[in-house]
Design a protein around this ligand. Sequence first.
Ligand SMILES: C[S@@+](CC[C@H](N)C(=O)[O-])C[C@H]1O[C@@H](n2cnc3c(N)ncnc32)[C@H](O)[C@@H]1O
Length: 408
Amino acid sequence: MAIARDQDVELTVTTLAHGGLGIARLDGRVVFVSDAIPGETVRARVTEQKKSFWRADTVEVLEASPHRREHIWAEASIERAPEDRAGGADLGHIDLSHQRELKQQVLRESLARFGKVERDVPVEPVTGDTGVNGLGYRTRISLHVAGGGTVGPYAARSNRVIPVQSLPLAVAEVAEAAPLAEKMVGVQRVDVLLAAEGGARLIIDEQAPSPIVERVGEREFQLDDGGFWQVHRSAAQVLTDAVQEAIIPERFDAAAGNLDLYGGVGLLAAAVGDRFGERTRITSVESDERATEHAAENLADWLGARTVNARVDRFLVDLEGAVGTRGAKGATVVLDPPRSGAGREVVERLASLAPAQIVYVACDPVAFSRDVGTFAELGWRLEKLRAFDLFPHTHHLEAVGTLVPIDA
Ligand SMILES: C[S@@+](CC[C@H](N)C(=O)[O-])C[C@H]1O[C@@H](n2cnc3c(N)ncnc32)[C@H](O)[C@@H]1O
């Protein structure tokens, strides 16, 4: 008998897919299942029926995994109807150390499938997270406002605002400042953030940006309150350390045309300069004008630092055509693209500039693995790799890899 949308089916989940959904099979067809754990048998409601796959939401656990825990967020629990579950903590029903094992497996499988490389590294916890069960780390939270003024997160895979009483992933100051009990009629979005100075603040819709200060060790970074900064309170420090460690010193030349691509406000250019000295030549390239202005100020005390406001692809075309310079030959390149990855064009252009090493900071394992695959076609190999759990209770992970020419 044909199975209809909204009908319940029994599924056994075998693995976790990139994106945090479980994978099950039904009559040979792939079904992506929310709120399940590999090894579990669940009753799930079919929500989508495409030709190549279906989607379903767990409504009851029939055989539970030993790694199942009470969800860290009552409003996201499977006790609720799927459409009433808050989004943003899609692994919150899984034991924290098992979440990391599952993310490790996602990275390993992505690299094998899209990067054609066998690599298996642990997803390292941020110091201090395990002792507090991975809670209270977000210094930034985006909330949305429903027609009637109710403020809350969206439900998973939907634009439905879910009223909630708490924000367990937020740092205490952000959780307290979030206007969860207010009615904000006429508003669409509220961002709540905590910078290093000045307490928590709200950003309502497209309000004019104002500068804030973030701190990493002794170093201060100025940026706009609506601008990009890492979400986990320790992420900027973790990535600074990881990038410094990922650079192979024997391949580093302070006088080469070193690059910090997708540089934001200069965090990782500063990491390179802090390790190799203020005379290190490095150009930070960023497409957002305000972020580039801040990067110029943040890197002002570095004799060798320069900032360029440009799209990375265009910048690389110009660099290729530049006469009388070494371009990026022998350079160290830090590459920290948005979720979609650098993409084939950027990877091809970069490889043709013959840098000595590329440190790739990746927030999406599949996009990263695809780019690693493209680099491999062009004669590059993944020399080092680490992964970090910068987003506990969600499927997200951060990877930092060093790529070098195959013959290096
Ligand atoms: C993942 S963030 C990294 C920022 C910085 N490296 C950091 O760690 O704070 C990616 C940055 O790339 C910028 N960006 C996105 N697409 C870009 C492009 N095509 N060219 C240059 N910058 C881009 C974004 O504005 C954002 O600042």
